[in-house]
Design a protein around this ligand. Structure first.
Ligand code: WTA
Length: 635
C-alpha cells in the first residue's frame, strides 16, 4: 500500500507531542523505560505483570524458553482474565462505573455498569454450564456487534472454556470449517444482525453451516432483529429463555497462565484457516500494558475502538484490554456512514469520546465523503487517535489529524497481528510522530528489519520484519497443528530463533519503522485479512473452474483489491453471466469481503517448473511493473 507514497517527504515531517500531552502521559519517561526494557525485556514484562494484573497464585518463572518456539510466560501463575476484567472491579468503587455504552444502528442506547456486565456474564456462564460446557471445551460465537457478544466471550472465559469468535461477515462454509476445526459442541449466534438498515441472516447461515458440522449439539440464539427463523427443537434455544431466572452467582475458574483462553482463526498461505491459540496469562499482561501506555487511559476517559469484536483488535482492545483497565468503552452496532455520513462524528460528540481507534480504510472512506462532515462537529473531547490494520498513507494520516483530531490529537499508529496478540510497533503519546510510520518497537519488543541471511538491513533498505525475543501476548501454537506453527513463523530464521512476521518493512535513519506490506499470500482488503488460497479454493470448488489464481492490487480506498484469474474447464465459455456467478460463489463460500473486484478468464497461468503459480508475475503484469526474475518460469 505504500506504492505512490512520497516516503522521503513524509519522513522529514516530525510531529512533536505538546507539553500538555507529555505532562499527562501515564509514562512521561517512556523513552528511557524503553531503553531499559531493550536490555532486559523479561524484567520489563515482569514488572508490568505485577503492576496491572492480579494473580490467584504468583508465577514462579517469567519466561521459559526451553521448549522454543513453544514459549511459556508466567509459569506456575494462576489467574483468570475475567477476574481482572470484572470480578475485581465490582468489589470496589468501579462497581458503579460505566463499563460499556452501546449504540444500536437505529439509535437505541444501552449502558452497562461493571456490576451489570458482571451479572450478565455470570448468568450466561451458568447457561453454558447448563449446556454441558466445561473447562477446556470450545464454544463458537457467531454474532453481530451487540453487547451479548462480549458477554458470551467473557462467560466462556469465566468457566475456563475456550472461545472461537467467527466474524459475522463470514459465510456458512467458513463458519462450518471453523466449527469443525475447533470441534465446538455449542454455538452462540443471533437471529440476525443489523447492517445499513438491512438484516444479515445469521441464524439461517448457522443452520446451513451446521449441516456440514454435525459436531454441534446446542445452539443459543439471541433475538436481535425479530425476523423469522427456522428452529430445531432440542438443539436451538433462545438466549432470553435460558437466561431468564438463572442464578447470577458463578465462581470464576482459576486457570493456569498457559491454559488456552481463545482461538481466533486467521488467513494464511493455504486454504485452511489457522486457529491462533492465545493463553490466559501472558495475553492479559501484554494487552493491558500496551493499552495503558499507548492510549494512556484515565478513569474519566471514554474510549472507542471502532473495530469488530470478531477480529483480534476487538478481542484485545474492545473486550479484554479496556475491561482489565477498568475503562469506559463505546461500542457501535452499525455501518460507519449510516444513515448519515457523519454518524461516527455525531457519536464522538454525543458520548464525549476522548480516544478513538480505527483503521486507515475507514479514514479513507470518510475522506471521500469530504471534510464538511467532520468539520460540522467540534469533537473537542478527543485527545488521542489510533490506527491499525494496514499502513496509513500520509495523506489519510494528515486528514485524520486535521479534520478529526483538529490538529490537537497525536495519532497512535499501532502495528501488530492476530499472532502477536497486542501492539508491537507503536508510538506512545510522548513519542514524536512521522505520518505513516508506526515509529518504534514497543518497550520490551525487540523488532528488526533484516536481510535473508539475518544481517540487519541498512537504513532505508527493505527487508524482512522479524521479532527477536519472545513477548507475552504471542500466539502459542496453531490449534491442532504445531508443525504448521513452526513452519509458518519460525522456519525462515530458524537458526537465529526469530519470529518472522510475514511483513516487509524498512527502518529510516532515525530508527523509525515503515511497514511496506505482506510478503506472503495474504491480502489486506479494507484492513481485513484474507488468504489468496482461501479465495482460490473457493473458485476452483465451482464446477466450471479448472484453476484459479488470486492477487491483491493497490486500491485507493481499500488498500488492496482482489484480482482473480480463472482457467475454465474445457468447453465452458467465459461471459459476464459466469463472472457474476463466480463472484456469488465466492460470496457464498467465504463471505462478502472476499468477492473479487476484478475477475479475468485466461487460458494459462504463469507457473514455476514445479507447478507453483507465480502470483508475483501476475501482479507485475496488472500493475505494469517489471517482471523481475523469471528464471523459474515454466517454459
Ligand atoms: C498489517 C491486525 C501497517 C500487517 C491487528 C500485519 C499493519 C497484518 C498495521 C496483521 C499498521 C496491521 N501498519 N500494517 N499499523 N497493523 N498491519 O492479523 O501486514 O488482521 O502483518 O491483525 O496487518 O493483520 P491481522
Amino acid at each position: 500500500m505504500t506504492e505512490g507514497i512520497d516516503l522521503a517527504a513524509a519522513k522529514s515531517e516530525f510531529y512533536h507531542p505538546s507539553p500538555r500531552v507529555v505532562a499527562n502521559a501515564y509514562a512521561p519517561d517512556y523513552l528511557a523505560l524503553r531503553e531499559q526494557a531493550a536490555n532486559d525485556p523479561v524484567a520489563f514484562w515482569d514488572a508490568r505483570a505485577k503492576e496491572l494484573i492480579d494473580w490467584y497464585e504468583p508465577y514462579t518463572q517469567v519466561l521459559d524458553q526451553s521448549g522454543a518456539p513453544f514459549f511459556k510466560w508466567f509459569v506456575g501463575g494462576k489467574t483468570n482474565v475475567v477476574h481482572n476484567a470484572l470480578d475485581r472491579h465490582v468489589q470496589g468503587w468501579r462497581k458503579n462505573k460505566v463499563a460499556l455504552i452501546w449504540e444500536a444502528e437505529d439509535g437505541e442506547v444501552r449502558t452497562y455498569s461493571y456490576y451489570d456486565l458482571w451479572r450478565e456474564v455470570n448468568q450466561f456462564a451458568n447457561v453454558l454450564k447448563g449446556l454441558g460446557v466445561a473447562k477446556g471445551d470450545t464454544v463458537t460465537i457467531y454474532m453481530g456487534r451487540v453487547p451479548e457478544l462480549p458477554i458470551a466471550m467473557l462467560a466462556t472465559a469465566k468457566i475456563g472454556a475456550i472461545h472461537s469468535v467467527v466474524y459475522g461477515g463470514f459465510s456458512e462454509q467458513a463458519l462450518a470449517d471453523r466449527i469443525n476445526d475447533a470441534q465446538s459442541r455449542v454455538v452462540v449466534t443471533c437471529d440476525g444482525a443489523w447492517l445499513r438498515g438491512k438484516t444479515v441472516n445469521l441464524k439461517e447461515i448457522t443452520d446451513e453451516a451446521l449441516t456440514k458440522a454435525p459436531v454441534v449439539e446446542q445452539v443459543v440464539v439471541l433475538k436481535r432483529t425479530g425476523q423469522d427463523v427456522a428452529w430445531v427443537e432440542g438443539r436451538d434455544h433462545w438466549w432470553h429463555d435460558l437466561t431468564h431466572d438463572i442464578s447470577a452467582e458463578c465462581p470464576t475458574e482459576p486457570m493456569d497462565a498457559e491454559d488456552p483462553l481463545f482461538i481466533l482463526y486467521t488467513s494464511g498461505s493455504t486454504g485452511k484457516p489457522k486457529g491462533q491459540l492465545h493463553t490466559c496469562g501472558g495475553y492479559q499482561v501484554h494487552i493491558a500494558t500496551t493499552l495503558q501506555y499507548v492510549f494512556d487511559l484515565k478513569e474519566d476517559d471514554r474510549y472507542w475502538c471502532a473495530a469488530d469484536p470478531g477480529w483480534i483488535t476487538g478481542h484485545s482492545y474492545i473486550v479484554y484490554g479496556p475491561l482489565i483497565l477498568g475503562a469506559t468503552s463505546l461500542m457501535y452496532e452499525g455501518a460507519p456512514g449510516y444513515p448519515n455520513p457523519d454518524r461516527w462524528w455525531a457519536l464522538v460528540e454525543k458520548f464525549g469520546v476522548t480516544v478513538l481507534y480505527t483503521a486507515p480504510t475507514a479514514i479513507r472512506g470518510f475522506m471521500r465523503l469530504g471534510e464538511s462532515w467532520p468539520d460540522k462537529h467540534p469533537m473537542q473531547s478527543l485527545r488521542l487517535l489510533g490506527s491499525v490494520g494496514e499502513p496509513i498513507n500520509p495523506e489519510a494520516w494528515r486528514w485524520y489529524y486535521t479534520h478529526v483530531g483538529k490538529e490537537q490529537c497525536p495519532i497512535m499508529d499501532t502495528w501488530w497481528q492476530t499472532e502477536t496478540g497486542g501492539f508491537m510497533i507503536t508510538p506512545t503519546p510522548v513519542v514524536p510522530l512521522k505520518p505513516g510510520s508506526g515509529t518504534l518497537p514497543f518497550a520490551g519488543i525487540l523488532a528488526d528489519v533484516v536481510r535473508e541471511d539475518g544481517s540487519s538491513a541498512d537504513a532505508n533498505e527493505d527487508g524482512y520484519l522479524v521479532i527477536k525475543h519472545p513477548w507475552p501476548g504471542m500466539t502459542r501454537t496453531i490449534w491442532g497443528d504445531p508443525d504448521r506453527f513452526k513452519q509458518t513463523y519460525w522456519a525462515d530464521f530458524a537458526q537465529q530463533g526469530w519470529y518472522f512476521t510475514g511483513d516487509s518493512a524498512r527502518r529510516d535513519e532515525d530508527g523509525y519503522f515503515w511497514i511496506i506490506g505482506r510478503m506472503d499470500d495474504v491480502i489486506k482488503v479494507s484492513g481485513y485479512r484474507l488468504g489468496t488460497a482461501e479465495i482460490e479454493s473457493a473458485l476452483v470448488s465451482h464446477p466450471k473452474v479448472a484453476e484459479a489464481a488470486v492477487i491483491g492490487v493497490p486500491d485507493e480506498l481499500r488498500g488492496n483489491a482482489i484480482y482473480a484469474f480463472c482457467i475454465l474447464r474445457a468447453g465452458v465459455e467465459g461471459n459476464d453471466a459466469l463472472m457474476n456467478e463466480l463472484k456469488q460463489h465466492v460470496r457464498h463460500e467465504v463471505g462478502p469481503i472476499a468477492v473479487p473486484q476484478q475477475l479475468d478468464f485466461v487460458a494459462t497461468l504463469p507457473k514455476t517448473r514445479s507447478g507453483k503459480i507465480m502470483r508475483r508475475l501476475l501482479k507485475a503484469q496488472v500493475t505494469g511493473q517489471p517482471l523481475g526474475d523469471t528464471s523459474t518460469l515454466e517454459a
